[in-house]
Design a binder for this molecule. Structure first.
Ligand code: NDP
Length: 280
C-alpha cells in the first residue's frame, strides 16, 4: 500500500482559479513522485460529506479553501496549534484513521518574509491593514514571532476589535482614520485587505509617513506589484510581495501527503508568476 500513488486535492467554490494544482504538480514532477493533486469544486451543502469521505475515496488529504475553511475547522477530529489559534483549517490529512487539520497560512507568511527579508521579525511595531480571514493568520504569525505591538486597522472596526480580543495582548484595534498616527513608528506594514487586487481602490496608508527602515508586504498577489508595494518601493522602502506566502503555505501539506519536504525555488516562483501575469 505504501507504494500506491497518493492523491490529494484542493477543494473550494469557485476553485477553477486555484494555482495549487500547478504548485503541487510541479513538485510531484520535480521529485519524481507518482502522485496526483487535483482541484475539486465542492458546494457548501456537500462539504461535510466530501470531507468525511477522505480515506474511502482515494484521497490521503488536501487543501481546503474559500468558503470551507471554518467548516473544516469544526469537522476535523484534531487541530494543530496554528489552526486552533486561527480558527480555520486549510490543510487536512489522515493520521491513524483520524482526520487532522492545520492552518499553514501563518507559516507561509513568515517563511516568505524569512526568505526575502531576513530578520524582519526584529521590528517592534506592525500595522496590519484588514481584519478578514487571512488577517487572523497574519496576526497569529506576528504574535508567534514575538512582535511586541500589533495594530490592526480595518474599515469595519468591530471586526478589528474581534481579532484583537481573540489574540489579546499585544494586539490592538484601530479605525482607518487613525492609520497615519499609527504609521510613524511602524517597522512592518502588512496589507491583508482585498484592496489592491486587480487595481481595485487604493489603501488609505501614506507610505511617506513610515520610517526609513520599514518593510512593507502585501499578501495580495494579483497583481504581484500592488499599488501599496509600488508606492513603498518608490519611497525607497523594502517590499515583499504575496506570492511567496502562497508558495510556502503549500509546503507542509505536500510533505504530509507525499512524504517529501519540497523547496520553494526561483523556478517555481517564476512559473507561477508567469501564470498570474497570463491570467490578468
Ligand atoms: P476577507 O474577505 O476575509 O477580508 C477582506 C478584508 O478586506 C476585510 O478586512 C475588509 O474589510 C477589507 N476590505 C475589502 N474591501 C474593502 C474596501 N473597499 N475598503 C476597505 N476595506 C476593504 O478576505 P481574506 O482575508 O480571506 O483575503 C484577503 C486577500 O488576501 C485576498 O485578496 C486574498 O486573495 C489574499 N490572500 C492571499 C494569500 C496568500 O497566500 N498570499 C492567502 C490568503 C488570502 P471589512 O472587514 O470592513 O469588510
Amino acid at each position: 500500500m505504501a507504494d500506491s500513488p497518493r492523491k490529494a486535492f484542493v477543494c473550494g467554490q469557485p476553485i477553477a482559479h486555484s494555482r495549487s494544482p500547478k504548485i503541487h504538480g510541479y513538485w510531484l514532477r520535480q521529485y519524481g513522485i507518482a502522485g496526483d493533486y487535483v482541484a475539486v469544486d465542492v458546494e457548501p451543502a456537500r462539504f461535510n460529506d466530501f470531507l468525511t469521505s477522505i480515506g474511502r475515496d482515494g484521497f490521503v488529504g488536501g487543501n481546503v479553501t474559500i468558503p470551507h475553511k471554518e467548516a473544516a475547522f469544526r469537522l476535523v477530529s484534531s487541530l494543530d496549534e496554528a489552526a486552533s489559534a486561527i480558527g480555520a483549517v486549510n490543510t487536512v490529512w489522515l493520521s491513524e484513521g483520524r482526520l487532522c487539520g492545520s492552518n499553514t497560512d501563518a507559516y507561509g507568511f513568515a517563511a516568505n518574509l524569512d526568505q526575502h527579508a531576513p530578520a524582519w521579525d526584529r521590528a517592534r511595531v506592525a500595522v496590519v491593514l484588514g481584519a478578514g480571514g487571512s488577517a487572523r493568520a497574519i496576526v497569529h504569525a506576528l504574535k508567534s514571532r514575538g512582535l511586541r505591538d500589533i495594530r490592526i486597522v480595518n474599515r469595519t472596526l468591530e471586526r478589528a476589535h474581534d481579532l484583537a480580543r481573540a489574540f489579546g495582548d499585544p494586539v490592538s484595534a484601530h479605525p482607518v482614520s487613525a492609520v497615519h498616527e499609527l504609521a510613524g513608528d511602524a517597522g512592518l506594514v502588512v496589507n491583508t485587505t482585498s484592496l489592491g487586487m486587480k487595481g481595485e481602490g487604493t489603501l488609505p496608508m501614506d507610505v511617506a509617513l513610515l520610517p526609513d527602515g520599514a518593510l512593507v508586504t502585501d499578501i495580495v498577489y494579483v497583481p504581484l506589484q500592488t499599488p501599496l508595494l509600488v508606492a513603498a518601493a518608490a519611497r525607497g522602502l523594502r517590499t515583499v510581495d504575496g506570492l511567496g506566502m502562497l508558495l510556502n503555505q503549500a509546503v507542509p501539506g505536500f510533505e504530509r501527503w507525499f512524504g517529501h519536504r519540497p523547496e520553494v525555488t526561483d523556478e517555481l516562483r517564476a512559473m507561477i508568476a508567469a501564470d498570474i501575469e497570463a491570467g490578468r
